[in-house]
Design a protein around this ligand. Structure first.
Ligand SMILES: NC(=O)C1=CN([C@@H]2O[C@H](COP(=O)(O)OP(=O)(O)OC[C@H]3O[C@@H](n4cnc5c(N)ncnc54)[C@H](OP(=O)(O)O)[C@@H]3O)[C@@H](O)[C@H]2O)C=CC1
Ligand SMILES: C[C@H](CCC(=O)NCCS(=O)(=O)O)[C@H]1CC[C@H]2[C@@H]3C(=O)C[C@@H]4C[C@H](O)CC[C@]4(C)[C@H]3CC[C@]12C
Length: 295
């Protein structure tokens, strides 16, 4: 019994260390030099800041969002800041054909792909659910299905480069908050999909990293405006620093990052981690990998 307890505690310790110990590798901006990166939702907010940081680091960039005029300004700023190249592709992620085309066009423009940063969201209306299913479907298309569509189109290129997928999510995809049922549904769905895909890639020995970014309240114009008069007594964190943490997480191939770091605690779920570990032990991995190819 004592031996069993010892084994259990050691396994628990190892699991916790594996999930929560920060990457030992340290970040260097040169890691992004010459890398070919797509940034979605880059016309404003966090996405725009991600583009500027990547430009300073010397990356090749393709940015996308709906508003062409804003994207033009973003790429001209990126070129001034030192981007190796910068292009924009305007359009709406409600159109899943567009979502796929962005990836193929970007691949051609840059001659391949090293990192896909999925960041865009439909404008958020904080309100009670009013039975409007069509609007939930629209939010799911923009905030969830376009992410999956772009990922699917990017996987063959990322396989060649041992590249990275960075998914920008929210504390609202881990914890429950009212007035954002549609937004929250999409963020929880992203967590389910990408956490599962992460494990599949690992099982198939495919060296593509997936970084899930869990963010708290950030001082983008849209977030500050839509929370005004609704959420009080919290100070938003700066979007510039947030963007750096997202890039670092992707470059260091971390499975998950949290920003600000005070929200790490809300992701601390050792029971879930242990259960996931034991569930995986019940899978006949050899059999599955023998019979299924990762496309
Ligand atoms: N700010 C915050 O407090 C928090 C943000 N996050 C996450 O961070 C990410 C960025 O958020 P934030 O910077 O605040 O968002 P913003 O509202 O500032 O930016 C959203 C971006 O998405 C684009 N976009 C909107 N609709 C569409 C569409 N239909 N098709 C394509 N692009 C579209 C917008 O450009 P355009 O209008 O030109 O299309 C814009 O570039 C999101 O994933 C969000 O969930 C998570 C937690 C907190
Ligand atoms: C209200 C949430 C923040 C709560 C918080 O940070 N408390 C302090 C925790 S700590 O003490 O441990 O630090 C907001 C966190 C994320 C926000 C939502 C979000 O994900 C972005 C959307 C952006 C949009 O433009 C505005 C609404 C959002 C849905 C936004 C709503 C408020 C949050 C849930």
């Amino acid at each position: 019994m004592a031996l069993l307890k010892k084994c259990f505690l050691s396994a628990l310790g190892l699991l916790l260390a594996y999930y929560f110990y920060p990457a030992t590798d340290s970040f260097r901006p040169e890691m992004l030099q010459g890398k070919r990166v797509i940034v979605t939702g880059a016309s404003t907010g966090i996405g725009e800041q991600i583009a500027y940081h990547l430009a300073r680091m010397g990356a090749h960039l393709v940015v996308t969002a709906r508003t062409e005029a804003k994207l033009k300004k973003v790429i001209s700023e990126c070129l001034k800041l030192g981007a190796a190249s910068a292009h924009f592709i305007p359009g709406t992620m409600e159109d899943l054909v567009f979502a796929e085309q962005v990836v193929t066009k970007a691949g051609k423009l840059m001659g391949g792909l090293d990192m896909l940063i999925l960041n865009h969201i439909a404008p958020v209306n904080l309100r009670f659910f009013n039975g409007d299913v069509a609007s939930i479907r629209k939010v799911m298309d923009i905030n969830f299905f376009s992410y999956i569509t772009m990922t699917s189109a990017a996987l063959p290129m990322l396989k060649v480069t041992n590249g990275s997928i960075v998914v920008v999510s929210s504390i609202a995809g881990k914890l429950i908050t009212p007035l954002i049922a549609d937004y929250s549904a999409a963020k929880f769905a992203l967590d389910g999909f990408y956490s599962s895909l992460q494990k599949e890639l690992q099982l198939m020995n495919v060296n593509i990293s997936i970084t899930l970014c869990i963010l708290g309240f950030i001082n983008t114009d849209s977030a500050v405006k839509s929370l005004s008069g609704i959420v009080e007594n919290i100070t938003p964190s700066p979007k510039e620093e947030c963007a750096v943490e997202i890039i670092k997480g992707g470059a260091l191939r971390q499975k998950v990052i949290a920003y600000p770091s005070s929200i790490y605690i809300s992701m601390w779920n050792p029971i879930r981690t242990i259960q996931e570990y034991f569930i995986l032990l019940t899978y006949n991995i050899d059999n599955i990998t023998r019979n299924q190819q990762f496309s």
